[in-house]
Design a protein around this ligand. Structure first.
Ligand code: AMP
Length: 397
């Protein structure tokens, strides 16, 4: 079954065309700057990469363009749109409504809309993406896969904030957690390698946005992101954990309103804010190597926060069988992995620094022989999870 996987953002669209039975990736791409000018980067297989720069005023035109490219003579991977049998949508916020992926109907759409206050930047774009697919491919079933769903197994003591309880029941104030599809995929791959009935796994999804998840017996029991993706680790431009008292203090001192302070914490902070160089860790590592002090401290802060959560989750689960590193930084930066694991031998976590430096595609083990805890690098694949969930739901419809 060919599944079109769509991740609609406010001015961008990511897509993949996947054979869900064989896991074969037929084509993938990214449309950016919708409504501004427009760039489409399209990839077929491993080798063929194409870039188109053209006016893309709306999301509808963006999806029409992608469908044309998939069937167009020069870039063709399918003969006709009718070969697409299902569409899987990434949806950031599923609130407490969705504990797993679901076929989309009117009730599901209403709930995704109801959750807009919790994900004002993301859910409106997802609704738009689904509506356009319904219009352009009216008879094809649509499935939603939620970033929050995997974390719905967290126990109350790990998802509540210590504020008056009524604000949870009345205003849905709680930790939801994000990157759930990635944490699910990576922990599941680790479980296959461990081949044990019970397991304690910590997944470090370290990218532009980052989160850590404690996965016990295949279930998320705690994660670092919260009501919104701002909580937890230090990220490219996000502060992560911060004393809530900082907010009124800065609002008063700098005369900021609530939008401005949220923008400050989401867009101007994190690695970018500390280093003053970039949100891209590669540039910050380079600057640090060239002697830039603020870049060096940004890297120390990033690794210190990861280590803090790693140790606290090992404590929460009373042990850890495997630590998994994934996403842009987790998969590619041997420096960050080394700094995070440094000094944790007392907990049975021992990195093999040579294995850690070897770069290959695919899953690899980077612990040394005496390490009680296994350490893996596992490339994430959220789109494959979406395609498989879509296939399973549509097949059993
Ligand atoms: P993602 O959001 O998963 O695409 O990850 C993006 C982040 O990964 C950016 O901060 C990149 O700088 C970072 N990244 C990618 N490759 C490397 C690398 N070799 N070393 C350090 N950071 C990297």
């Amino acid at each position: 079954m060919l599944v079109f996987v769509l991740n609609a953002g406010s001015s961008s669209l990511k897509y993949q065309l996947i054979n869900a039975e064989t896991s074969e990736l037929k084509a993938s791409g990214l449309v950016e700057r919708i409504g501004i000018d427009g760039i489409l980067k399209h990839e077929v297989g491993e080798n063929k990469k194409l870039t188109f720069e053209l006016q893309i005023p709306t999301h509808k035109e963006a999806i029409e363009l992608v469908l044309r490219i998939l069937t167009n003579d020069e870039t063709k991977v399918i003969n006709s749109i009718s070969e697409i049998e299902a569409i899987g949508h990434r949806v950031v916020h599923g609130g407490e409504y969705f504990k797993k992926s679901t076929l989309i109907n009117k009730d599901v759409m209403d709930k995704i809309r109801k959750l807009i206050p919790l994900a004002p930047l993301h859910n409106p774009a997802h609704v738009l993406g689904i509506e356009i697919c319904n219009e352009l491919m009216p008879n094809i079933p649509n499935v939603a896969t939620f970033d929050t769903a995997f974390h719905q197994t967290m126990p109350e003591e790990n998802f509540l904030y210590a504020v008056p309880y009524g604000d949870y029941t009345e205003h849905h104030l709680r930790k939801y957690g994000f990157h759930g599809t990635s944490h699910y995929y990576v922990s599941n791959e680790a479980i296959k390698i461990l081949n044990k009935k019970t397991s304690k796994i910590i997944v470090c999804h370290l990218g532009n946005g980052s989160s850590i998840c404690a996965v016990k017996d295949g279930k998320s029991i705690s994660t670092t992101m919260g009501l919104t993706p701002l909580e937890g680790l230090i990220m490219g431009t996000r502060s992560g954990d911060i004393d809530a008292g900082v907010i009124p203090y800065l609002m008063e001192r700098k005369g900021l309103d609530s939008n401005q302070i949220i923008n400050y914490l989401n867009k101007k902070s994190g690695i970018l804010g500390i280093s003053g160089i970039s949100s891209d860790l590669r540039e910050v590592i380079k600057a640090s190597n060239d002697g830039d002090k603020r870049s060096k401290i940004a890297i120390e802060m990033l690794c210190g926060r990861i280590k803090k959560y790693l140790c606290s989750y090992a404590g929460l689960m009373q042990g850890v069988d495997a630590i998994c590193f994934t996403a842009g930084i987790g998969e590619n930066s041997d420096l960050i992995r080394e700094k995070v694991c440094e000094g944790l031998g007392f907990m049975g976590i021992e990195l093999d620094t040579e294995k850690n430096k070897i770069r290959t595609h695919g899953t690899r083990e980077i612990h040394n022989e005496s390490s009680k805890t296994k350490i893996f690098v596992i490339p994430t694949n959220e789109e494959l999870v979406i395609a498989k969930d879509t296939y399973n739901l549509v097949k059993s419809k």
